[in-house]
Write a protein that binds this ligand. Structure first.
Ligand SMILES: [Zn+2]
Ligand SMILES: [Zn+2]
Length: 440
């Protein structure tokens, strides 16, 4: 199936699909395309951003190429070995920024991209990201994941105008980064499944074209996964392309549904705990991969359930939000306040709203089970994918603590106004039972 997301054409879902990313070049030697892009944007003065690890990958070469074309360059190279996406990083970038620049070129992945996107947004300057690793799908996103005053938040930023995926650079990155990138792709099993479930239960907007585009990218990445260990160029190209496609899919859909579901919230909870309590964290993609594995385990358990109206109604009635808020504060830390505040807007625990959702779920339970079967691999199949790239399968293998899994899943239902697995389990009164059965 080929896709044509023409911004001028109305899709079968009723939407015109657009993306903010104008140009993507993915090939060996892709950085050679940068001077032509810079000229196309009318640039006279480029500002390069990197850190001690990423700048040396391409900084001097890009500078030489641009200067040969009459484009002068200045730069800021972060000295931190582990750069945090916080006020300090954005502040030093702004202080070192040459305001005469008319194009920003960043070399990096997660944090460098997140803070450079903010600078490009604030200064309204054309922005090029040279990816240093196929690490996650956030390259294209028009927002940045930041930690402000110690709380994890999403802030507005500029989507890159140009994304450069130079296979020579990507394949030189440590293998754990590609494993994390694949982990972020594997989340798409769950994200598409939950998007369909919310469409079924809540009538949320859904586009099958965007979903299929995402599934196809996921399949290509899974098929190429084994080759990543051998630094195979074709496998790396498929992975990076898949990650960029998923970024575009979120633009097309106008929401994050194609990119992530509850498995991403596992990772958010661990990050929030890490910020407040200093508990260990790992890379986004690795956390998401393990979030996905544990999510699939829970969906597998859900398939054994036949929901019962009386049980579900009693469960919702006995739920004490004030008590639950205290548990969230203790478990998540500072980040819990925004989650608790969300409920006053969202009213997901409102008994009438619950009763209405429950009727839909009871009526459509066969469809719920069918969607899960259609979208999710079995636990064994999923573990075989992780094995194919020698990725970790336990939280302990990435330094985290599996005894927190039950509380993590329960907390994920409060993160955003998004209908995901723990909300469905709560609606049928089975959240505690499934946690008990799957996580002990
Ligand atoms: Zn559509
Ligand atoms: Zn992600």
């Amino acid at each position: 199936m080929s896709f044509n997301f023409d911004p001028a054409v109305v899709c079968s879902c009723g939407k015109k699909h657009t993306t903010a990313v104008e140009h993507v070049t993915i090939e060996a030697g892709a950085i050679n395309a940068i001077p032509a892009y810079a000229k196309a944007y009318g640039a006279k003065k480029a500002f390069l951003i990197g850190d001690v690890n990423t700048y040396p990958l391409a900084g001097d070469k890009i500078t030489a190429m641009l200067e040969a074309e009459g484009i002068s360059c200045s730069k800021y190279v972060f000295k931190e070995r582990r750069l945090e996406p916080d006020e300090k990083a954005v502040g030093s970038l702004v202080l070192h920024y040459d305001a005469k620049s008319d194009i920003i070129i960043a070399i990096g992945s997660g944090v460098i991209n997140d803070i450079s996107k903010i600078l490009a947004y604030q200064t309204n300057t054309p922005y090029v990201i040279v990816a240093s690793a196929a690490f996650m799908d956030g390259y294209a996103a028009g927002s940045s994941s930041m930690a402000i005053e110690g709380v994890k938040v999403t802030v507005p930023a500029k989507s890159p105008d140009v994304i450069i995926g130079d296979i020579n650079i990507l394949n030189g990155a440590p293998i754990h980064m590609a494993k994390a990138g694949l982990g972020d792709m594997l989340a798409k099993y769950v994200s598409i499944c939950e998007w369909r479930l919310s469409n079924l239960i809540n009538g949320e907007y859904y586009c099958e074209e965007v979903a299929e585009f995402t599934r196809q990218s996921l399949r290509a990445c899974v098929n190429g996964a084994k080759g990543l260990l051998e630094h195979n160029d074709e496998s790396m190209k498929m992975l990076f392309e898949g990650l960029i496609n998923c970024g575009k899919a979120m633009d097309y859909a106008g929401c994050s549904r194609p990119g992530g579901g509850v498995e991403h919230y596992f990772s958010h909870i661990w990050d929030m705990r890490g910020l407040d309590f200093g508990t260990p964290t790992s890379s986004h993609g690795m956390q998401v991969a393990l979030g996905t594995l544990n999510t699939i385990k829970c969906y597998q358990e859900l398939k054994n359930i036949t929901p019962d109206r009386e049980k579900a109604l009693a469960y919702a009635k006995n739920f004490d939000f004030a008590d639950w808020s205290e548990q969230l504060r203790t478990f998540v830390g500072k980040g819990a306040e925004a989650m608790i505040a969300l409920e006053s807007k969202e009213k997901k625990y409102d008994l009438d709203k619950h009763a209405a959702r429950l009727e839909v779920i009871l009526e459509k339970w066969d469809d719920v089970l069918r969607i899960i079967d259609e979208e999710l691999p079995s636990v064994d199949q999923f573990e075989a994918i992780l094995d194919s790239i020698e990725a970790p399968k336990t939280l302990e293998a990435i330094g985290l603590d599996s005894s927190t899994l039950a509380m993590t899943l329960k907390s994920t239902k409060d993160i955003r106004d998004k209908y995901v697995l723990p909300r469905l389990l709560w609606d049928i009164g089975e959240l505690d039972n499934v946690c008990e059965k799957v996580f002990g």
